[in-house]
Design a protein around this ligand. Structure first.
Ligand code: SF4
Ligand code: NI
Ligand code: NI
Length: 722
């Protein structure tokens, strides 16, 4: 069979199965039965993007079949063969959708609460919130690429080596087929948080990763549904995915490969196939498959040499360390634990000096103990000609990420509420406290090379030092910084900053970052932007010289408008910084929270990405989020960072923080302290957070209103919001 016949045959097999399954589900469930994947606002996302049609019930699956068939023309033209790939993708999505009609959770992995164990078998459909979670790491190149592994490798060790290699490089890896069992056998750490995602055993489940790429285009790119060429251009240019096929392939796998190629994702097979240059490649040597794949997609990995016995990769950032696997613990309310970055005098510093003062985790005193518990103080001293005091907090916050990158280490919190856990496995591999210093040293030097010429790390573990230095050295520095930060307002600075990082996925989106309004992903503060400008002068953060405001209430500046118009290539001509209704700032898609108006309460609700239920306006986070994003202005909806809840500039044009009437409890508790303080200073109202409703009190409109009335919520007495 030639390559085209292989693709057509694979496509015919999908068609047959899809037709049988649709006929069956029509007969057994009736045409009115709803069809949907969980947690998405985009119906069957691939079919929606390709055709513009939202398939919502069993009857419409018949229409979807007809749409797929329109793509099928058996000729010897390459484009027709690729169209057969696209048809196969649509048919696979239909097949998967039918599975979800019969069973709300056809993929057992979703029943497993703890995704960080090897019990995770397969996960199936990925929700919109999960796709959005990938937004920031993808734009920062923290996730440099996406690997899709299909089939069965020669042996489990080989497979494990390849998956670990991708994981160690920070890639996102999806698996389909027996490779999943091989990874389980080799105890690969899996789960969405660990960037190794088993989808399912049947080839059709590969559609769930195609759906991730397509939704990146719908969500971040605001690409119109139905304009498949635009979606293909988007995925080809912006989603750095590729496919690896292990073991003997069958025709269905190759038809799926054709679908991938049509989206711009090259496929590499282990078993011989007639190659198509740059698109379909044959690589029989397993030790070269990673290099071949990265090269095919032009993915460049920055390597930092680190002296450490366990892997250090951003893929391990989400790893949890639970009690049963824990070896040592620092902080977490049991002992004191703090961390500090200070600036030293370069002339007096000794680069790469790493010191542990006090007992290490292998100290004799811990013999026979269940768990090693120690206080910890970490001082990272940096020096360099371009280093500025203001950057200390920026570097210090990175300690959290860098420590988390260590396989077998968990870091929570910051400053003097830091909390670190290490696993038994890491200890057995030879990990000691010095290695925390090695990791911090190496990452500070490589990530902040423009400002850090020398770096020293000292780790204190004896109670006396930790306590004394905590009081004498650390606290006064925190206090001084807090004071400076408190005085930092939009009025007190001459420059705001742009952030264009998300343009790699949302080409017309521009964030304007000010001292009182951080980037909507929550990851870029004004100081971060300022530091990034220093580190990377032509990079994503550029100053906007503020000048006079045209309208102070709305937060309208000529300077801001000019820069936004320029950097969005004319897509957006004017934004305000303090209004949700008049020319609000655009969103990319990776916002932590979405704020929307609840007209009957004369206020707004805020929903964070982690919250899965329906909000009082009748929409979930995903549904609210789909109203905006992709660099489009949508008055009445605003994506923003958690930290904005507590800023006096939070939609201040419409009355500000006191308009907030509802938030999920977890979010409310998280922001309560800053929120209460800001509202008190602005209005004199005490404990404002207690007046804000949450899902444990009420989520339906009427009951929310009753609650607000009982509390005398200020929004009820304010001018009409619309
Ligand atoms: Fe993206 Fe804005 Fe965050 Fe920059 S600040 S990474 S543009 S969301
Ligand atoms: Ni970790
Ligand atoms: Ni973004």
């Amino acid at each position: 069979m030639n390559l085209f016949d292989i693709i057509y045959d694979g496509q015919a097999q999908y068609l047959q199965r899809a037709e049988e399954m649709v006929a069956k589900v029509v007969a057994e469930k009736g045409k009115e039965t709803p069809v949907k994947f969980p947690g998405t606002a985009y119906a069957l996302p691939c079919i929606y993007a390709i055709t513009g049609k939202k398939i919502t019930n069993v009857g419409e699956l018949e229409d979807a079949l007809a749409l797929a068939k329109e793509k099928i023309h058996r000729t010897n033209y390459l484009q027709d063969a690729l169209d057969a790939g696209t048809a196969s993708a649509m048919l696979a999505e239909i097949i998967e959708a039918v599975k979800y009609v019969y069973d709300e959770l056809p993929y057992a992995g979703r029943h497993v609460e703890d995704l960080n164990t090897t019990d995770v078998r397969y996960l199936g459909h990925i929700t919109d919130a999960e796709v959005r979670n990938f937004g920031v790491p993808l734009v920062t190149d923290d996730i440099p690429g996406v690997a899709v592994i299909i089939g069965e490798a020669k042996d489990a060790e080989t497979l494990a080596g390849i998956v670990k290699d991708y994981q160690g490089k920070g890639l996102l890896t999806f698996m389909v087929g027996k490779v999943i069992d091989q990874a389980i056998e080799q105890k690969i750490k899996m789960g969405i948080d660990l960037r190794v995602i088993p989808l399912g055993y049947e080839i059709e489940s590969v559609i769930h990763v195609v759906s991730v790429a397509i939704r990146a285009s719908l969500i971040f790119g605001a690409t119109p549904p139905g304009d498949f060429l635009a979606h293909r251009t988007y995925t080809k240019n912006r989603v750095k995915a590729f496919v690896n096929v292990f073991g003997p392939w069958d025709n269905k796998i190759i038809a799926a490969g054709a679908a991938a190629i049509e989206l711009g994702f090259p496929a590499v097979t282990e078993t011989f196939i007639n190659e198509v240059p740059t698109l379909l490649l044959h690589q029989p040597d397993n030790s070269k498959v990673v290099a071949t794949s990265l090269e095919a997609r032009n993915i460049k990995i920055k390597v930092t040499e680190i002296d450490c016995p366990v892997a250090v990769s951003s893929a391990f950032e989400g790893e949890r360390v639970r009690k049963d696997t824990m070896f040592a613990e620092f902080g977490g309310n049991k002992t004191e634990c703090w961390e500090l970055v200070t600036t030293g005098d370069v002339a007096e510093m000794e680069d790469h000096k790493i010191t542990v003062v006090g007992p290490d985790i292998d100290d004799a005193m811990f013999e026979g103990k269940d768990v090693v518990r120690l206080p910890m103080g970490v001082v990272v001293k940096v020096g360099g000609k371009a280093m500025q005091k203001d950057f200390e907090t920026v570097l210090e916050r990175r300690i959290h990420y860098f420590t988390n990158y260590i396989e077998g280490a968990m870091h929570v919190g910051q400053r003097n509420i830091a909390w670190i856990r290490l696993t038994k496995e890491a200890f057995e591999k030879g990990f000691r406290l010095r290695h925390i210093g090695e990791v911090l040293y190496a990452k500070m030097r490589s990530d902040f090379d423009k400002v850090v010429d020398k770096c020293e790390v000292t780790i204190y573990t004896n109670a006396e030092d930790v306590k004394r230095l905590g009081e004498e050295l650390v606290k006064p520095i925190y206090a001084e910084r807090d004071e400076r930060m408190g005085a930092l307002t939009d009025e007190s600075v001459d420059e705001f900053y742009t952030c264009l990082l998300c343009q790699s996925f949302a080409p017309s989106h521009v964030c304007v970052v000010t001292p009182e309004r951080l980037g909507l992903c929550g990851a870029v503060s004004w100081l971060d932007a300022k530091a990034t400008k220093e580190l990377d002068p032509t990079g994503p953060n550029q100053p906007i010289v503020k000048g006079e405001a045209i309208d102070e209430r709305l937060g309208r500046w000529d300077s801001v408008n000019e820069v936004v118009a320029r950097d969005s290539q004319g897509a957006v001509e004017a934004v305000t910084l303090y209004s949700i209704l008049e020319d609000p700032m655009t969103s990319c898609g990776c916002f932590e929270c979405i704020c929307g108006i609840m007209p009957e309460a004369n206020g707004v609700i805020i929903v964070n990405r982690e919250f899965g239920d329906t909000s009082p306006v009748g929409m979930t986070f995903g549904e609210l989020a789909s109203m905006t994003g992709g660099g489009v202005q949508t008055p009445g909806f605003m994506g923003h960072g958690r930290f904005l809840i507590g800023s006096k500039k939070f939609m201040s044009a419409e009355g500000g923080l006191q308009r907030i009437v509802w938030m999920p409890k977890e979010l409310k508790d998280d922001v309560a302290e800053r929120l209460n303080k800001a509202v008190k200073e602005m209005t004199g109202i005490e404990n404002f957070a207690d007046m804000v409703c949450d899902e444990t009190i009420a989520s339906d409109s009427e009951a929310v209103l009753e609650f607000l009335e009982s509390k005398g919520h200020p929004a009820l007495a304010m001018d009409p919001i619309m």
